[in-house]
Design a protein around this ligand. Structure first.
Ligand SMILES: Cc1cc2nc3c(=O)[nH]c(=O)nc-3n(C[C@H](O)[C@H](O)[C@H](O)COP(=O)(O)O)c2cc1C
Length: 188
């Protein structure tokens, strides 16, 4: 096998969500490289559905505030400390890329446009890993909330596919084995 293929297989087999991320986040050049990998995913109809919002530093509060608001709506008895805990969840990484699908109505089904964006997220994860960064793919209630989307600069119709947390790995996760048990039907 060529060295390049070994690298690709190793990257895929060793991929795991980071358990703890710290500063520094990806540089601007690395973030651009990561997002360019995202838009290399297969894209039915070449609709370019990907939308990225990069949250760094204080801008992460746009997401943290939405998470606290939604948590309060779900748990009205929340204490200020609990809400602060929600707000602080965005501090789990120095950089968060909000990855969304901007849906074009027409002959390409919406699910395929979301699939193109999700495929792009995996490209982003692998490239971030290759550049030496750790990632966590998160969603949660804010991903499905119209007010949160507009606060992040998206439209209420956009579909958030990932809050991609990026940073320097302080604690690595463990890759799950690539088991095919119970998943494949072989036919001839
Ligand atoms: C669309 C999507 C949304 C996810 N949302 C969350 C989330 O909100 N919180 C979380 O802990 N994990 C979430 N995950 C799962 C993690 O990113 C992770 O992949 C999973 O825990 C398996 O761990 P691994 O990545 O180390 O294999 C999500 C994954 C996908 C594909």
């Amino acid at each position: 096998m060529s060295a390049t293929l070994v690298d690709l297989l190793t990257a895929i087999e060793s991929r795991a969500s980071a358990l703890k991320l710290i500063e520094p986040g990806p540089t601007r050049a690395h973030l651009e490289q990561i997002m360019r990998a995202g838009v290399r995913a297969p894209d039915h109809g070449r609709l370019r559905p990907w939308r990225f919002v990069v949250l760094e530093g204080a801008a992460r509060a746009k997401l943290g505030d939405a998470m606290a608001r939604l948590s309060l709506a779900k748990f009205p008895q929340s204490t200020p400390e609990q809400l602060d805990g929600e707000r602080r969840k965005v501090l789990r990484a120095p950089t968060i890329v909000v990855v969304a699908a901007s849906i074009t109505q027409g002959k390409i089904p919406e699910v395929e446009q979301v699939a193109a964006v999700a495929a792009g997220v995996e490209n982003m994860v692998l490239v971030a890993q290759a550049l030496g960064y750790g990632t966590m793919w998160k969603t949660g209630a804010a991903a499905y909330d119209a007010q949160a989307k507009t606060a992040l600069g998206l439209t209420a119709q956009d579909q958030i596919v990932a809050f991609l947390y990026l940073g320097t790995t302080a604690l690595a996760g463990t890759a799950t084995p690539a088991s095919l048990d119970g998943i494949v039907t072989w036919t001839k």
